[in-house]
Unconditional design. Structure first.
Length: 272
């Protein structure tokens, strides 16, 4: 598969072809996602939770995410890579936002960046980044970086449909090339998807978005104890890993690993 470009995503929507995307945070996972033909990879600030075990995404920083963006780029050189702008990397000013986005593209090798929200502040940041030549993916609905203000990870209901729609339209007008819709009721996602010409990418947004994204550790069953309604586990990799690790520990303890075939110039054991 050839690498997708920004115009390809618009074309996919126009042609009714759905976009399949996942997060990735490291080289080997990116490599596997590219082999699987994933349309774009997001190096999400969810790294703080999925990889570092933090309670929120708020601890992610540009400095800590950059090596992961580079690793994903190396693992998936032929896949469109979006770097998530972490909390604190764009809020202060348009200049700060452009500087952070430039680092993700110039140092990290990302093709685009994503930032959260459709209020005047993120709209201004998105427009400034786009004016600098970097494609921006928007993100509306549940905003994990605003969890302190919103009071928790709650799905966005019909009472906020108008706000979600107007923020989505504003991001499209500002030049965003795609839009993540996170944890919004299905009817809101359907209406926003129908109203925009840029593709919508849903996570917990139901069946009628132009594409879907999941956190790779969650859908592979690596994450423990996270069972939101929207999540489908496509594998139980965590159980497979635990089984392999305890088999290894058992064999080391009972002496059955390593065997002679694992040794360099193995010694002949007496009587064998
Ligand atoms: O950080 C992330 O993984 C995200 C997805 C939930 C879209 O923003």
């Amino acid at each position: 598969m050839t690498m997708r470009t920004v115009p390809d995503f618009a074309r996919m929507k126009a042609e009714g072809r759905r976009i399949a995307s996942l997060t990735a945070y490291d080289f080997p996972t990116a490599l596997l996602e590219q082999e699987a033909g994933i349309d774009f990879i997001l190096v999400g600030d969810s790294i703080a939770m999925a990889v570092l075990g933090e309670e929120t995404t708020l601890g992610a920083t540009v400095e800590m995410m950059l090596p992961h963006v580079k690793a994903v780029r190396r693992g998936a050189p032929g896949t469109f890579v979006v770097a998530d702008m972490p909390f604190g990397s764009y809020q202060a000013s348009d200049e700060r936002a452009v500087d952070s986005a430039v680092r993700f593209v110039a140092e990290g090798g990302a093709d685009a960046v994503k930032l959260e929200g459709g209020s005047p502040m993120p709209l201004s940041r998105a427009a400034a980044i786009i004016a600098s030549g970097i494609p921006v993916m928007g993100h509306v609905g549940l905003l994990p970086q605003s969890v302190r203000a919103s009071g928790g990870y709650r799905a966005v209901g019909a009472d906020q449909a108008g706000r979600v729609m107007s923020e989505a339209r504003a991001l499209e007008d500002a030049g965003a090339f795609a839009l993540v819709l996170e944890s919004v009721e299905e009817a809101i996602a359907r209406d926003v998807t129908g109203a925009l010409s840029i593709p919508t990418i849903g996570i917990g947004a139901g069946r009628f978005t132009d594409g879907q994204i999941l956190v790779v550790n969650d859908m592979l069953g690596i994450t423990r104890g996270f069972e939101p309604r929207f999540l489908k586990r496509y594998a139980d990799v965590g159980a497979g890993i635990t089984r392999a690790l305890s088999d290894y520990a058992g064999e080391v303890r009972n002496g059955s690993f390593p065997e002679a075939r694992h040794a360099y110039a193995p010694l002949r054991e007496p009587g064998k």
